[in-house]
Design a protein around this ligand. Structure first.
Ligand code: CTP
Ligand code: MG
Length: 223
C-alpha cells in the first residue's frame, strides 16, 4: 500500500504586490477565491492525502467555511511565509512521512505536476523542486550599475509544489535562521541534495495584477 502524501498550503500572505484588496488567497478568479482553485487542484491529484492550509489569522473561520467540501485542516498562518509553513507542519498528522509545500497563489497548478513531484519523492529523493528555464537574462546590479551577468543556460526558476521527506523538512525549518520564500533553500543549507523535475508553465504564481489576467485566460482555455 502506498501511503498518502500530506500537503501544506501557505495561504496567509497579504498579496501586497497585487494591490489593495482582500488577502491574495481570498481574491477571486472566475468568481471563486484563488485558494479554492488551489485546493481543488490538489484534491484532483490522487496521491494527495491530508491537507493543511495556513490562512490569514483574521480569516480562519471564513476559510474553514469556504474549504468545507475539501476535507482540509485550517490553521492561522504567521508573519512570514516560513512561519506559515512551520505552523501548518505542526498541524499535520504525525503519521505522514512525505510532505509537499504548495503556494496557494499557484492556484492553477496541474494535478499532473503534483503527481510528478510525488513520484520523484517515492523513488527516494529527499527533496524535490519543479523548475523551468528562465526566459530573461538575469544580471546582478548594485545601485544602477550592472556588476555581473549570470549564465542563463544554468539558471532555473523554481515553482511549487516542492516535495520533502518530512523529517528533512522539519530539520530544515528547525535550523532556519531567518525567513525565506523557498523551503528547498533551507534543505540545501543542511547539505541535503535537492532533485529537480520539469515544472509547468501553468503552475505560475499569481503575484501581480497581470497574473490575474493570465489566470483568467488559462481557465478560459480549459473550459
Ligand atoms: N504566505 C503565507 N504567509 C505569509 C506570507 C506568504 O502563507 N506570511 C503565502 C502566500 O499566501 C502565498 C505564498 O506564501 O500563497 C507565496 O507568497 P507570495 O506570492 O509572496 O504571496 P504574498 O506574500 O501574499 O504576496 P506579497 O509578497 O505580494 O505580499
Ligand atoms: Mg510575499
Amino acid at each position: 500500500m502506498t501511503r498518502p502524501v500530506g500537503v501544506l498550503v501557505p495561504a496567509a500572505g497579504l498579496g501586497t504586490r497585487l494591490g489593495p484588496g482582500a488577502p491574495k488567497a481570498l481574491r477571486e478568479l472566475a468568481g471563486e477565491p484563488l485558494l479554492v482553485h488551489a485546493v481543488r487542484g490538489l484534491r484532483a491529484a490522487p496521491s494527495v492525502g491530508p491537507v493543511v492550509v495556513a490562512a490569514p489569522a483574521a480569516d480562519v473561520t471564513q476559510v474553514q467555511a469556504l474549504l468545507a467540501p475539501y476535507d482540509v485542516v485550517v490553521v492561522a498562518g504567521g508573519a512570514e511565509r516560513t512561519d506559515s509553513v512551520r505552523l501548518a507542519l505542526d498541524a499535520l498528522d504525525p503519521a505522514v512521512a512525505l510532505v509537499l509545500v504548495h503556494d496557494a497563489a499557484r492556484c492553477l497548478t496541474p494535478p499532473a505536476l503534483v503527481e510528478a513531484v510525488v513520484a520523484c519523492l517515492r523513488e527516494g529523493a529527499d527533496a524535490v523542486v519543479p523548475v523551468l528555464r528562465v526566459a530573461d537574462t538575469v544580471k546582478t546590479v548594485e545601485g544602477t550599475t550592472v556588476v555581473a551577468t549570470a549564465d542563463r543556460s544554468a539558471l532555473r526558476a523554481v515553482q511549487t509544489p516542492q516535495g520533502f521527506r518530512r523529517d528533512v523538512l522539519a530539520r530544515a525549518h528547525a535550523a532556519a535562521a531567518g525567513s525565506t520564500t523557498d523551503d528547498a533553500g533551507l534543505v540545501e543549507a543542511l547539505g541535503v541534495p535537492v532533485t529537480t523535475v520539469p515544472g509547468d508553465e501553468e503552475a505560475f504564481k499569481v503575484t501581480r495584477p497581470i497574473d490575474l489576467l493570465l489566470a483568467e485566460a488559462v481557465l478560459a482555455g480549459r473550459r
